[in-house]
Design a protein around this ligand. Structure first.
Ligand code: SIN
Ligand code: CO
Length: 383
């Protein structure tokens, strides 16, 4: 699946994080990647996050999955929607929908949520914290998009749903299969299915809040700190007033914090590990039996391709000192020589063919072996 008519540079310059946009079917050939029955099946599975939103008697109701299979029998053909989170982790054709959006860095990408709605179904007027591309898979949906909201925006009283009390649309888009609506963080929106078979794919992004970032970075720092690393003042001088916390004491106390928290090298390595930690670690691709180097090399020499586990996140940081860290599944791996171009390709491509120079390189092969045996990579099934 790829774009035929989509100007990425213009999108980034004019719309990304700035304003909503309707992108009329930009695909070379749009094909809906998932059947409604398969989505319903996922919503019945343990370990898959799903929600069912209904509006009986105009009252919004939320149920969490896993749903009983016969739950769908009594829903009727109006005013309900089923939403399943992270479908990309379960269905490769849905994971492939992320690929055209790789102009946004890997670490910003979250997952693909898929919704199915009966005529009139939707989740109500709301706003999200993150950017989202809403791809119309099948059927039609009317999107109404309003202005920017924030934590002060009034919500309807509801225990489970965060619906806006006052929603005014500034724009209305009618989406047909293949059309995409982009919504920046905070913009109010409401999508309502027009007719049957309305499926929408939400490519969601993530961005850490300052409080998450500070809290999680501090937790990591604290884990390595010793209780005896304490304030000291062997140069204590006589003060005029014992009540004063002196400038030199404040400087020294403040430095105790900034020395640790201001360490950019340590921060960047921690952030790479942190942001590559899988959200759904249960997507375990670890082989039952570890593969041996000889077997791995032979299969790759015969042209076997490697696929990235959709739950694994791959990224890297290049340091000025020519240091290069690859981050996979919450781990950092320092690369050098041949492993640098290999790691660059690994981060850029979902499917890898390993060339002769790489199968002959012990360091590249050791890296592949390690990732294969940990379940970050697996052979792509040949058909
Ligand atoms: C939907 O697919 O119905 C909801 C997506 C959204 O508004 O975030
Ligand atoms: Co939304």
């Amino acid at each position: 699946m790829h774009f035929k008519n989509f100007d990425i540079a213009a999108f980034l310059g004019n719309s990304w994080q700035k304003k909503p946009l309707l992108i009329k079917n930009p695909w070379a050939a749009w094909a809906n990647p998932l059947e409604p029955d398969e989505l319903a099946g996922l919503a019945c599975e343990e370990g898959v996050e799903s929600r069912l939103i209904t509006q009986p008697d105009a009252v919004w109701k939320l149920e969490h999955g896993p749903l009983a299979e016969d739950r769908f029998d009594s829903l009727g053909n109006k005013n309900w929607t089923l939403l399943v989170q992270a479908v990309d982790q379960h269905v490769p054709t849905v994971a492939a929908l992320i690929e055209p959006f790789r102009f946004i860095p890997n670490w910003r990408i979250d997952d693909v949520m898929v919704s199915f709605a009966a005529d009139g179904g939707g989740v109500g007027p709301h706003f999200d914290q993150y950017d989202v591309f809403l791809i119309q898979g099948s059927g039609r949906r009317r999107w109404k998009v309003g202005g920017r909201c924030d934590v002060q925006s009034a919500l309807l009283p509801h225990d489970d749903l965060r619906l806006l009390a006052n929603f005014e649309a500034a724009e209305t888009f009618i989406c047909e299969p293949g059309d995409i609506v982009y919504i920046p963080p905070g913009y109010s929106h409401e999508g309502v299915a027009l007719g049957d078979n309305c499926m929408t794919y939400s490519i969601g992004f993530r961005a850490p809040s300052r409080s998450e970032l500070i809290g999680d970075w501090c937790d990591d720092l604290l884990a390595d700190m010793q209780g005896d690393d304490r304030y000291g003042d062997p140069d204590l001088a006589i003060q005029n007033n014992p009540g004063e916390i002196s400038t030199s004491a404040v400087d020294r106390l403040h430095a105790m914090i900034t020395d640790k928290m201001g360490n950019r090298e340590a921060f960047s390595r921690w952030f790479g590990e942190y942001s590559s930690t899988p959200k759904y670690p249960e997507m375990d691709w670890q082989p039952d039996e570890k593969i041996e180097m000889e077997d791995l090399r032979e299969q790759l020499q015969q042209g076997a391709q490697l696929a990235r586990n959709p739950a694994s996140r791959f990224s890297f940081i290049r340091r000025e000192s020519s240091k290069f860290f690859l981050f996979v599944d919450g781990r950092s791996i320092e690369c050098g020589g041949d492993t640098i171009p290999f790691a660059e390709t690994l981060c850029a491509k979902a499917l890898l063919t390993i060339d002769e120079q790489q199968t002959n390189s012990n360091s590249v092969m050791a890296l592949i072996l390690d990732m294969y045996n940990r379940g970050s990579l697996a052979f792509e099934p040949q058909d």
